[in-house]
Design a protein around this ligand. Sequence first.
Ligand SMILES: *[C@@H]1O[C@H](CO)[C@@H](O)[C@H](O)[C@H]1NC(C)=O
Ligand SMILES: *[C@@H]1O[C@H](CO)[C@@H](O)[C@H](O)[C@H]1NC(C)=O
Ligand SMILES: *[C@@H]1O[C@H](CO)[C@@H](O)[C@H](O)[C@H]1NC(C)=O
Length: 249
Amino acid sequence: MVYVEDTTFDIRQASNRQYIYLVVHTTLIITSDKPSFTKMKIVAIFFIVIAAVVMIHHVEGRRRNVDNERKEAFRNKIRKYERKEKCRRNNGYEKDGCLNCKDACNTDVAGQEYIDINGVCSGNNTCCKPCSDTCGGSFTGPMGSFTSPNFPSNYCNNQDCYFNITVEDGDRVMLNFTTLHTAFDGDFLQIYNGEIEDTFETFLYRGGPYPPTEIDVSDNPSSNKIIVHLHSDETQTQPGFQVTYKTFW
Ligand SMILES: *[C@@H]1O[C@H](CO)[C@@H](O)[C@H](O)[C@H]1NC(C)=O
Ligand SMILES: *[C@@H]1O[C@H](CO)[C@@H](O)[C@H](O)[C@H]1NC(C)=O
Ligand SMILES: *[C@@H]1O[C@H](CO)[C@@H](O)[C@H](O)[C@H]1NC(C)=O
């Protein structure tokens, strides 16, 4: 402990201000009456000792900080590794939390679709594959069925799929959706009776899941084409749809 004019402090813990205070006050006390060469020597030695103490204090402080930073970084690394491991054990895919692989592929990895590797997720995004560039198709004949790409897994982001049904002149069509579910925000399923720019009637579905839905498409005197259009934007996907169609007259 050091005592200077009503102030007591532990010299090993002193701040720079307290050191300066100590030096100035001690110098003033020693030199207050009759300065002499001996007194000046004492002051000089005192200065050197204090300077040494300050330096040691600083170096130690810095080393303590560096040690703490290193320890904290190491602890963070361990924590991160543990999170990843826990996620992997749960067949998950770790990114800002633990997503399961299916959700990760369907919502997180843009332009990827989920493929189940024998029902087991590999622990990272190896269970995703790039979305196919092509989707949709042409259908003729009195009956048929088709699904959104990748069904019953989710369809992909950023796609427009057209399924064109062509029927005999004068035929009516009944569409029977056993599944109908798109992401609510920017995705939709739209059915055109006729060409898109010259449609006789349209049916629009967003969100869902809808209960099984039957759509009776009227006879369009100017076209025998029906277009089922699935649009997906850049985020969120859902299983899409599964439909059978039948013609009658
Ligand atoms: C993640 O996938 C890559 C291949 O895409 C593979 O090399 C790596 O080992 C996988 N990591 C884990 C933890 O499964
Ligand atoms: C389906 O119809 C749309 C709109 O007329 C057209 O752009 C698309 O190429 C057609 N697809 C097939 C597979 O015929
Ligand atoms: C629609 O599909 C469901 C399930 O396959 C079936 O039970 C139902 O009879 C179908 N409706 C028509 C009108 O075909």
